[in-house]
Write a protein that binds this ligand. Sequence first.
Ligand SMILES: Cc1cc2nc3c(=O)[nH]c(=O)nc-3n(C[C@H](O)[C@H](O)[C@H](O)COP(=O)(O)OP(=O)(O)OC[C@H]3O[C@@H](n4cnc5c(N)ncnc54)[C@H](O)[C@@H]3O)c2cc1C
Length: 492
Amino acid sequence: MNDTRQNGRTAHRLTRRTLIQGLGAASVAAATPRILRAQNKSQVIVIGAGLSGLGAALLLQDAGLDVQVIEGRGRIGGRVQSYRNIPGAPEAGGTAFGPGYARLVDAANRHGVELIDITPIVPYFFSRELVLDNEFISAQDWPTHAKNPFPDAAKKIMPWAYLPMTVGPNNPLRTPEAWLEPANADLDISLHAYLRQAGMSDATIRVAYDANPSWGSSSHDVSALMALSAWFFTGMQRRLAAGGKIMGYTAKGGNQAIPEGMAGALKHEVLLNRTVVGIRSGTSGAEVHCADGTVYRADRVICSVPCSVLKRIRIEPMLTGRQAIAVNTLRSQVINQVHIVPKKPFWEADGLNPNMFTNGLAGSLFAEHKGDRPEDITSLTCWIRGHYAQWMDQVDERDAVAAVIAEIERLRPAAKGQLEVIEYKSWYRDPFAAGDWAVWQPGQITAFGTQVANSHGRIHFCGEHTAVSNRGMEGALESGDRVALEVLSAVG
Ligand SMILES: Cc1cc2nc3c(=O)[nH]c(=O)nc-3n(C[C@H](O)[C@H](O)[C@H](O)COP(=O)(O)OP(=O)(O)OC[C@H]3O[C@@H](n4cnc5c(N)ncnc54)[C@H](O)[C@@H]3O)c2cc1C
């Protein structure tokens, strides 16, 4: 395969290197890193060993800078987390990615992480039992069912596919950056208002979006601009999907292997279990203060933590204006997962698909096909979003999990006593994430979409929430590229 056919990956790498050289990074590297380290000082400190922080750290290291990554958790990867204690190593975070994720695929290749083509298991994912108000509705019955609120021409579409199939092709955004352009500010209204304007009924929106919302607790508290830009991104990914032959990848041993591989290429080991509580930017340097009292000094600090966590970190001098509002109000998606190993294949007993899309507490239940053969089911993951996830985050964790299991057993009596819970993940309750991906509420993109990533003295910001053209894991890496170049131009 030649360079161009690899989705421009090599071209992209050359572009970054050329830019780094152009910024005169070699002169920066002429400093004396060994002396700096003896003083607990680096040229650059990166806060966070997620994809964005690691991507930035590696680029700066390539440019000859002395970089130290500090991480609050006891592991690498941030919101990419693989449960290796469960057969098949299912993902708690970043789940899958397409061949169009050029930076992520490149990172895996560079750091010796084997990718698994998930094309053979994708059809299993799209096949689900539909359960509305406790009633199982087959795909055959759905088009004529009384609960189907869709217009006649679209009655055959299952609820989970309705918005991508109907809104996707009419997406008014034409470029990856369009969501930030002032010309589209009139779309920074609630997704609900946008869909109503597009002629959808309340009942349609409830079934097609509010039952299991990807952003916000319902269509009322997410900006239509955000949803449209995410649909644009997934559409673009589909077009980039290697001529349609490869629908997606995961990494062997779990996606966490990718950030782990990246961390392994750093000259200085990531410092784990260092919770940052303060960052100070001064005239001659910056300081990073950790909860254990340690202080690290650097010329520049890159902070990769999401706003939902950043708002708890003291920054001196304080952030001001729209950026301060952004950090204090940009929330992250509430999402919970229950990871289950079934003792018996209860779906064989009741003859139904193990996967379910419900509008109740059981949310979406998916069988993980991560065994040797595509048909092998290695575990089940229950995804709970929206108001149900918010309720779970308010009650005792054991009660929350027990309620979900009871709900699955009520809907599927054959599952009674067969569900062994191995892990429960509330992303909101994770102190280093306080939620999943950033959710832009109506009006927020116009208010501070272009200010959230402004540098502040010697402090620079990256992370998925600062990405412009990409989303999720690829967006995180895009932001790492941008911030590395920003730091190089500041120090060069
Ligand atoms: C359930 C779920 C499913 C997802 N599915 C997909 C998917 O299928 N495809 C996709 O592309 N993306 C997906 N994503 C999104 C993707 O995982 C994230 O966008 C991406 O990993 C974010 O990377 P990041 O570097 O911006 O942030 P993080 O990975 O959050 O990195 C920030 C780092 O900072 C650390 N940190 C936080 N606070 C502190 C502190 N005070 N002191 C020190 N360190 C701190 C954190 O521990 C973390 O390691 C999913 C995410 C979740 C949670």
